[in-house]
Design a protein around this ligand. Sequence first.
Ligand SMILES: Cc1cc2nc3c(=O)[nH]c(=O)nc-3n(C[C@H](O)[C@H](O)[C@H](O)COP(=O)(O)OP(=O)(O)OC[C@H]3O[C@@H](n4cnc5c(N)ncnc54)[C@H](O)[C@@H]3O)c2cc1C
Length: 421
Amino acid sequence: MAAGHTLGNIVIAGGGLAGATAARTLRSEGYTGAIVLLGSELHHPYLRPPLSKEYLLGREEEDKVPVVPPGWYAENDVDLRLGATVTSIGPAERTVLLSDGTALSYTSLLLATGAAPRTIPLPGSELPGVSTFRTLDDSRRLRRKLERGGKNVVMVGSGWIGMELAAAAATYGNNVTLLGLEDIPLAGAIGPDLGRFFRSLHESHGVGFRLPASAREIVGKDGAVSGVVTDSGELIPADVVVLAMGVLPNTGLALTAGVEVDNGILTDASLRTSEPGIFAAGDVANALHPFTGKHYRSEHWSNALNGGKVAAKAMLGQDATLSTIPYFYTDQFDVSMEYSGFPDLAAGTDPVIRGSLERKEFIAFWQRDSRVVAGMSVNWPHQARPGAQKVIKALISGRTPVSADRLADGSAGLDQLLPEA
Ligand SMILES: Cc1cc2nc3c(=O)[nH]c(=O)nc-3n(C[C@H](O)[C@H](O)[C@H](O)COP(=O)(O)OP(=O)(O)OC[C@H]3O[C@@H](n4cnc5c(N)ncnc54)[C@H](O)[C@@H]3O)c2cc1C
C-alpha cells in the first residue's frame, strides 16, 4: 500500500499487544480502510506483565489489563473477532483461512501470533494442579490456588517468569521450591553475580532452590498432583506445579505459508517478512536491528508495543524502522528492575556496578570495547533526573567509550555520563 493511501484491507493475526497496538496505530495514522483483528483467545487484547505480578498478587484487577478499553474497537471501526484462529495463509492469493472455514482477503497481513510456553514430554504433566503460564485464564486460576497460602508450590524453570511466579507465590505465604537447569538462576541473562543477587533475594523470602536440577516426573495422589521427582531422585511435595521453561514463537502459520523462519519470523528492520504484503511483530518476529546489524527476537512488552507501531506504519508505506534499544522490566518482592540493551552483546562480560547490591539500589553497566551495550537499574529512584534508563539508553546509542571507573563513580551525578556532558 503506497504512502497516503487510505483504502485497503488489513488483516492482523494475533490479538495481543503487538496486534492491538498495530490496529490502534493504523487508525491514529489516519488509515480509514478495513481492519480485521483476529485473536484465538476469548478476551479483548490484554497486557501480560501484570499476570505474573500485580494482578496475580491481587493488587490490581482485570480492568487494568486491556491494551485499550474494550469499547475502543467498535468506536474505531476495527472488526475485532475473538475466538478466531487463523489456520492458514495463502500468500499468492493474499487470503487467510480461519478455523470456522471463513476466508478473508488482505492487502497487507500482520502476523502477531506471539509465543507459547515451551513444553517437554514429562510424565505426570497432565495431572490436575500442573500448568504452564501465559494467559489471563492461567493467571486467574493460579491466583485462586495461591491466594490463601500454605500450599507446596514447585516452579519448574528459573527464568524471569519462573522467578516472578515464585515471588508471588511466596508473598502469599506458600512454600515455594524452584528448579532450574542453570547453576545460578538468570545467569544466562544477566551473569552469575546478578543471578546470585536474585537468588539471595528469593532465599531471604523463604524460596528454596534446586540448581541445577530438572524434573524427571510429576507424581499424583487421588487424581491430583502430589510431588515432583527431580533428576537426582528427590521427591519434592507439591500441590501446585508450574512449568515455566520459556516460550517458543508461534511460527506455524508462517512456516506452512513459505515465509522465512529462523528463531521466529525473519523480518527486515521495517518488519517486512520474505513474502510481499506480510509483516510480523512482537514475540514472533526476529527482526533485523539497525544498531547491531543482526537479527534479534525479543520476548518483551516494549518490543511488542514498538513493533506494533512500526509494522502499522510500514503497512501504510511509511518509512518506519524498529530501532529502539530493547527494554524490559521485572518486579520481584521489593526489587524493581529495568534493563535496556543487548543481552547478546553483554553476554560473557562482567558488569560494572554503581551503587550497592547490599542496599538493593544499583545500576549494572555491561561494556564491550569500553562502550556500554546494556544496563540494568535496580530500585533506582524514579524521581532521579536524569533517569537511569535514559542515561543507559543514551550511552548505548551514543557508542561513546567511557571508563569503568566513571561508570562506577557514584560521587558524580549520572548526568556526567551523558555523551554530551
Ligand atoms: C506472565 C508474563 C509476564 C510478563 N512480564 C513481562 C514484563 O514484566 N516485562 C516485559 O517486558 N515483558 C513481559 N512479558 C512479555 C510480554 O508480555 C510479551 O513480550 C508480549 O505479550 C508479546 O506480545 P505479542 O502481541 O507479540 O504476543 P502475545 O501477547 O503472545 O499475543 C499473541 C496473541 O495471538 C494469539 N494467536 C496465536 N496464534 C494465533 C492464530 N493462529 N490466530 C489468531 N490468534 C492467534 C494468541 O492466542 C495471543 O493471544 C511477560 C509475559 C508473560 C506471559
